[in-house]
Design a protein around this ligand. Structure first.
Ligand SMILES: Cc1ncc(COP(=O)(O)O)c(C=O)c1O
Length: 391
């Protein structure tokens, strides 16, 4: 049997990982500023995370949600403490798409409405509703096409106000990433998040904060939406939550009440997933990783801003993006193959940095040095071609 070929891949086999580094089967070391797509929050194979999972594995890995699983309550309490949302309610599932699917569905159960507002360049996942609310036609199968989704321009307060003015009482929810990831690192403005809050309050709609990529401390606040200074009704989370162990969830504001059987899952909240998620929160707290994300993020942004070839450096904490001009179109590839550094991208010309929140200053410095070296190589190649032409 062959694999179903859904992604173009880099011809690299990673066999070992530690902190912000990974190694291939030939022993070649790479600096990982991509974190397997923003998943590695506390660093690869963090010893506390490994120990927590191993110890749990010896006891019990899984039982269904038909029995008490005290680890879930422990996780809820810890998550409440670290995120500051102590009075929210936790529902656990397995992936980011599933978290958003449940958030959108719960909003609709709550207010009995069908319409969803989503934004240009949004990405919310591949399942039915989540993909319908994703602004990329290539991902939407005919069966996912829906008249219930209204796409509005990102950060456009007037368009939002006008839409609520027309359809307010039909709007079930508004879903927004605090910083769009797949869309190219676009930061939601604080006033825009405030506007969403006030319109949702006015019309009885649910504000859903998709924190799958931008959450879990990556920006220096636990949820990047907190920069808006208002609370969302539901936050979805995944990626960094398990540091690579598949675990996801939503937290739900107290005024939204649960009803038996509306939401459910077989694997969500299993013992092993809870142990992994607890280990992540313990390390985020103990190693003050949100503070580190702010500090290293600032260093990186300052340095990137000082490189004239790179345009529009943006983002928060350790979720950073910048545009590369045409002559640097191979920069990401060259960083990987020449400098052994993994970075992320967003089409057509954005490089995305999504490293572990524990990224060390010396690794950030190494990245900046390597980046400058690759840029200067392009310039010397350009001047050689020019010289050859004039000769
Ligand atoms: C903002 C956002 N939401 C949802 C998802 C979907 O998460 P998953 O791939 O775990 O289903 C992603 C994945 O990249 C994402 O970036």
């Amino acid at each position: 049997m062959n694999l179903f070929d859904v992604y173009p891949i880099n011809d690299i086999t990673i066999v070992k990982a530690k902190g912000s580094y990974v190694w291939d089967e030939k022993g070649e070391q790479y600096l990982d500023l991509y974190g397997g797509h923003a998943v590695i929050s506390i660093g690869h194979t963090h010893p506390h995370w490994v120990k927590r999972i191993e110890e749990q594995l010896e006891k019990i890995a899984f039982y269904s949600n038909s029995i008490r699983i005290p680890l879930q309550q422990q996780l809820a309490e810890k998550l409440g403490k670290v995120s500051g949302k102590t009075d929210y309610q936790l529902f656990l599932c397995n992936s980011g798409a599933e978290a958003n699917e449940n958030a959108l569905k719960l909003a609709s159960f709550h207010n009995g409405r069908k319409k969803i507002i989503a934004f240009t360049k949004s990405f919310h996942g591949r399942t039915s509703l989540a993909v319908s609310a994703t602004d990329n036609k290539n991902y939407i199968a005919p069966v996912n096409e829906s008249d219930n989704i209204i796409f509005l321009p990102f950060n456009d307060e007037d368009a939002l106000e006008e839409c609520f003015g027309k359809h307010g009482k039909e709007i079930s929810s508004v879903i927004i990433e605090g910083i769009q990831g797949v869309g190219g690192i676009n930061v939601a403005e604080e006033s825009f998040l405030k506007k969403i809050r006030s319109l949702c309050d006015k019309y009885g709609s649910v504000y859903i904060a998709d924190s799958v990529q931008c959450g879990y401390g990556r920006t220096g606040k636990f949820f990047s939406h907190d920069f808006g200074g208002v609370n969302a009704d539901i936050y979805s989370m995944a990626k960094g939550m398990g540091n690579g162990f598949p675990v996801a969830g939503i937290i739900v504001a107290p005024h939204i009440k649960s009803k038996h059987f509306q939401l459910g899952t077989t694997f969500g909240g299993n013992h092993l997933a809870c142990a992994a998620a607890l280990a992540v929160l313990e390390i985020i707290e103990e190693e003050k990783l949100m503070g580190n994300a702010v500090m290293i993020g600032k260093y990186l942004k300052d340095e990137l801003n000082a490189i004239p070839e790179l345009k529009n450096v943006r983002g928060r904490g350790l979720m950073i993006g910048f545009d590369t001009p045409d002559e640097l179109k191979d920069l990401k590839k060259n960083l990987l193959w020449e400098q052994k550094i993994f970075t992320g991208e967003a089409k057509p010309n954005v490089i995305r940095l999504l490293p572990s929140l524990g990224l060390k200053k010396r690794d950030a410095e190494q990245f900046i040095e390597s980046l400058k070296e690759e840029i200067s190589k392009v310039h010397s190649a350009e001047s050689q071609t020019l010289n050859a032409k004039t000769v």
